[in-house]
Design a protein around this ligand. Structure first.
Ligand SMILES: [Zn+2]
Length: 360
């Protein structure tokens, strides 16, 4: 979601450096791997990291492996690759990127390094968006991280918190650990080769990889971004959604009305299991139906606000999605913070769209 998620990350970083939080991504043995069908494995990030780092899926075929999405760093991607190699000696032949956001694409080089023949695939707009959006956003993010780290180092040296109050010995230790984690993250972002790697193959419409019961359909949607790919394994009834459908929808680069259409059409597919870009594996279509309802409600309320002539801020205040927040974020503080960051950005896109002003 970076670089939308990076926005969230930047916000989270101040909290991260100021308070207790999940430690960074060092020691990635905390991944969980769930077999969702024969030869089909979801590699899932731990809950505390689920909005900052993305899931992957891999399919072990007869003569090679198909992988969906990388992570935001070579190190985090390497941890996923270790899970793949623990389960098959076959080479990774196809790597499908669900969209251009850095947390899904910044590990491409880790695959190319190990399997030079791998074919990296994304929608036709993904290469341009990686180079013109993901890479500059990552570099800005590095700058913000470095500033936050420097400020945190000052506080540690002076043994004070943000308000200038004395920092207890325990909190000094926590802050030192958080600075170390943040430095690891910055080093990871700097280690990604420039220019960022991009897909070998850009497609439009639909692409089929493999054949027969092993076939994977790659379908383009304009929803979470202009170049989303959904991977559908019809024989297994597995839908790999990237961020078109994840734990909580981030819409800051989205197209709300065609997002609704996408979710409606995906609902028509035979789906047994959904593997989202962030969050846990979902059985059946309940989560899909809930998120679709939420988007319909959001679009309807924003459309009515625009008809009444409301400006953006008034629109954001007028939209009531409280019952969806309750069902989607519950009382999980991480999800609650994510929701509060994600939804205003989504409303802004819907507002622009309703006024016919949504940029490409
Ligand atoms: Zn995303």
């Amino acid at each position: 979601m970076r670089n939308p998620r990076q926005l969230f990350l930047a916000l989270a970083l101040s909290a991260l450096l100021a308070s207790l939080g999940a430690r960074g991504e060092a020691g990635s043995s905390d991944l969980s791997v769930e077999q969702v069908a024969g030869g089909v494995f979801a590699v899932l990030q731990p809950a505390a990291r689920r909005f900052n780092q993305s899931n992957s899926l891999f399919v072990v075929g007869d003569d090679g492996v198909l992988v969906v999405d990388t992570q935001s760093s070579l190190e985090a991607t390497g941890a996923v690759i270790r899970e793949i190699r623990a389960r098959t000696e076959l080479p990774v032949r196809h790597l499908v990127l669900t969209h251009w956001h850095g947390d899904h694409v910044q590990g491409i080089s880790a695959y190319r390094e190990l399997w030079p023949e791998v074919e990296v695939i994304g929608h036709a707009t993904v290469a341009e968006d990686i180079l013109e959006r993901a890479q500059p956003q990552a570099d800005e993010e590095i700058g913000r991280y470095e500033e936050a780290i420097a400020a945190a180092r000052d506080r540690l040296q002076n043994r004070v918190d943000r308000e200038g109050n004395p920092l207890s010995v325990d909190n000094q230790k926590i802050l030192a650990g958080q600075i170390e984690d943040a430095e690891t993250n910055v080093a990871g972002m700097k280690a990604i080769p420039r220019p960022f790697a991009v897909p070998d193959l850009g497609y439009d419409g639909e692409l089929v990889l493999g054949s027969g019961s092993g076939a994977a359909r790659v379908l383009h949607w304009r929803a979470h971004t202009r170049g989303d790919s959904i991977v559908y394994l019809p024989a297994a009834g597995v839908l790999v959604t990237g961020d078109v459908l994840d734990d909580l929808p981030f819409g800051g680069h989205g197209y709300p009305s065609s997002w609704v259409t996408a979710l409606e059409e995906l609902s028509e597919l035979e789906i047994r299991v959904i593997v989202p870009g962030h969050g846990s594996v979902r059985q059946g279509k309940d989560h899909l139906a809930l998120v679709l309802d939420m988007f319909r409600s959001l679009s309807g309320q924003v459309g009515a606000a625009v008809e009444r002539g409301l400006e953006l801020e008034a629109t954001q205040q007028s939209v009531d999605l409280g019952s969806y927040r309750e069902r989607l974020a519950g009382d999980d503080p991480i999800a609650g913070r994510a929701w509060d960051n994600f939804i205003p950005a989504t409303i802004e896109r819907a507002w622009l769209q309703a006024r016919g002003e949504l940029p490409d």
